[in-house]
Design a protein around this ligand. Structure first.
Ligand code: GLU
Ligand code: MG
Length: 437
C-alpha cells in the first residue's frame, strides 16, 4: 500500500503479543494513525491469563502496574484474502516498561536475549522455522493419510491459505494432508528466529480465521481425541557464523555434525527433561509424547529418526546439491501450548548451556531405538505435566534463565489449568484443549 493509501485507509492494525498460554493478544488502532512513535498500553497481569481465559491466582502481578506494547517496525504484516473479512495489518510488539526499557517477563525479549548471548559469546547466529500440524475438526468423511482426496477436499482453503501466507510475506513452503485422521500440515521457509516466532504466532491465527470463514473448525491441540494421532509443532534450526555460513556441518564427524553443534545438542538433550513443561505445557501434551507415535518419549539425538527429541534432518543432494548449508536440527517434542518465542528461547538457552559447560558432543543414535536393549539407558521425558513441573522447579540452571516473576506466573497458570482439567476424562480434556487451541 502506498503512503497516501495508508493515510486514507479505514483498515486497522493489531499490535500483538503472545502470552504464556501462547494466545495472541493485543490492541488495535487505525492504521492511518500508526507511526514510528506508536506504542500502546498493556497490563502486566495479562501474562497470567491461562488457556481457560482468566487471570489465575497466585501470580506476582496485581491490578496495578502498566506496560507498553512497543511495535517492532521490522515485524509488520498485512493480511488480506480471508473471505468476507477486511484486510488488516499486524505489528508484533515487545513488552516494555512505560519508560521504554524491556519488561523482564516479555517472551519475545527472552528470545532476543538468548540470541544476543549466542552471538556475543560464541559468534553464533541461527535460522529457524516451525512446522505446524492441525486437524480439521469439522471433517466427517473417511480420511486416508497423505491422500490427494484429503488435499482436494479442503479446497479452496488450501489455495487461499497459501495465497494469504505468501502475500503476507510468510514464505509458505508446503501444504499437505498429514498421516492422522483429517490432519494437515503447513510449513514456511526458515528465517531469523525472532521472525520465525512471529510467523508461527500469525500462521495459527490465519488458519483459525480461514477455517472459521468457511464454517469449519481447526485445532492444533496435541491430541484432539483419545487415540487420535498427535499434532506436533516441530522447530527446525541451524547454527551459523556471523556471515550466515554453516557451523553445523562437518563431513568427518558422526551424523556430519560439527563438534560445536554436537556440544550444543548435548545441552538440549541434557536440559530437555527440565524444560518439558515449557515445550509440552498442556495436560494432554503427554498423550502425544509417547513411544511409537512419531513423537518422542526419550531425550536423544537421532539421525533422521522421527522419534528423536532432536533429529538431524536429511539433506537434498540431488544433482550434486551441497549438503553443508542444508544440514540442520529439528526439535520434535514441542506442541501448540508453547509460546513460539519462549520455545525457541529455551532451545537456544539449552544449547548455549551445553557450550558453556563444554559438554561432550552428543552421541548420534543411528536407526530405530532398541528400548529393550542398548537404548534402555536413554533418559525418559516426564510422563505428565505435574512430573514435568516438578523437574522444572528443581532445576536451578533452568530456573536461572528466567526472572522469578515469569516462572511464578508460568507455574500458577499451569496449576490453575491442572486443577480444572485433572478430574475430567481424557475425552473431556481433549475437548477442552481442542476448543482453546
Ligand atoms: N504427528 C507427529 C507429531 O505428533 C509428527 C509426524 C511427522 O511429521 O513426522 O509430532
Ligand atoms: Mg508432520
Amino acid at each position: 500500500m502506498t503512503q497516501q493509501e495508508a493515510n486514507n485507509t479505514d483498515e486497522l492494525i493489531f499490535i500483538a503479543t503472545s502470552d504464556i498460554a501462547a494466545r495472541t493478544k493485543g490492541r488495535s488502532m487505525r492504521l492511518a494513525d500508526f507511526n514510528e512513535n506508536t506504542s500502546i498500553g498493556w497490563v502486566p497481569a495479562n501474562l497470567g491469563i491461562g488457556p481457560l481465559g482468566h487471570i489465575v491466582d497466585n501470580i506476582p502481578f496485581g491490578s496495578s502496574g502498566d506496560l507498553r506494547l512497543l511495535p517492532d517496525h521490522d515485524a509488520v504484516y498485512r493480511i488480506d484474502g480471508v473471505p468476507d473479512k477486511p484486510a488488516f495489518t499486524v505489528a508484533f510488539a515487545d513488552l516494555v516498561e512505560t519508560n521504554g526499557t524491556p519488561w523482564e517477563a516479555c517472551p519475545r525479549t527472552f528470545l532476543r536475549n538468548a540470541l544476543q548471548e549466542l552471538r556475543d559469546d560464541y559468534g553464533i547466529t541461527s535460522n529457524a522455522t516451525f512446522e505446524h500440524e492441525f486437524v480439521d475438526l469439522s471433517a466427517t468423511e473417511d480420511s486416508h493419510p497423505f491422500s490427494f482426496q484429503s488435499f482436494r477436499r479442503l479446497e479452496p482453503i488450501g489455495t487461499q491459505l497459501m495465497s494469504i501466507l505468501h502475500h503476507a510475506g510468510l514464505q509458505p513452503e508446503n501444504w499437505l494432508p498429514e498421516y492422522a485422521k483429517h490432519q494437515y500440515e503447513v510449513t514456511v521457509k526458515p528465517t531469523d528466529p525472532v521472525t520465525a516466532g512471529d510467523r508461527a504466532v500469525l500462521l495459527r491465527e490465519i488458519v483459525y480465521e480461514l477455517f472459521d470463514a468457511h464454517g469449519r473448525e481447526a485445532s492444533f491441540a496435541p491430541v484432539v481425541a483419545p487415540g487420535s494421532g498427535g499434532n506436533g509443532v516441530h522447530v527446525h534450526f541451524s547454527l551459523n557464523n556471523l556471515d550466515g555460513e554453516t557451523l553445523t556441518f562437518d563431513p568427518n564427524r558422526p551424523g556430519r555434525l560439527s563438534e560445536l553443534a554436537g556440544r550444543f545438542a548435548a545441552g538440549i538433550i541434557k536440559y530437555a527433561p527440565a524444560l518439558t513443561a515449557l515445550f509440552a505445557p498442556l495436560v494432554t501434551s503427554y498423550e502425544r509424547l509417547a513411544p511409537n507415535n512419531w513423537s518422542t518419549a526419550r531425550s536423544f539425538l537421532g539421525l533422521q529418526n522421527r522419534e528423536a527429541l532432536l533429529r538431524i534432518c536429511p539433506t537434498n543432494e540431488i544433482a550434486g546439491r551441497d549438503p553443508a548449508p542444508q544440514l540442520h536440527f529439528e526439535f520434535r517434542a514441542s506442541d501448540i501450548g508453547a509460546n513460539p518465542w519462549l520455545l525457541l528461547g529455551v532451545i537456544y538457552r539449552a544449547g548455549l548451556q551445553g557450550l558453556r559447560e563444554s559438554l561432550d558432543p552428543e552421541e548420534v543414535i543411528v536407526g530405530d531405538l532398541d528400548l529393550e536393549g542398548e537404548h534402555r539407558r536413554l533418559t525418559q521425558l516426564p510422563r505428565s505435566l505435574n512430573e514435568a513441573l516438578d523437574l522444572l522447579k528443581s532445576n536451578d540452571v533452568v530456573r536461572s534463565w528466567f526472572p522469578a516473576s515469569f516462572l511464578e506466573t508460568f507455574i500458577a497458570v499451569k496449576h490453575d489449568e491442572n486443577v480444572f482439567v485433572q478430574g475430567r476424562s481424557l475425552a473431556e480434556q481433549c475437548e477442552v484443549y481442542s476448543r482453546v487451541y
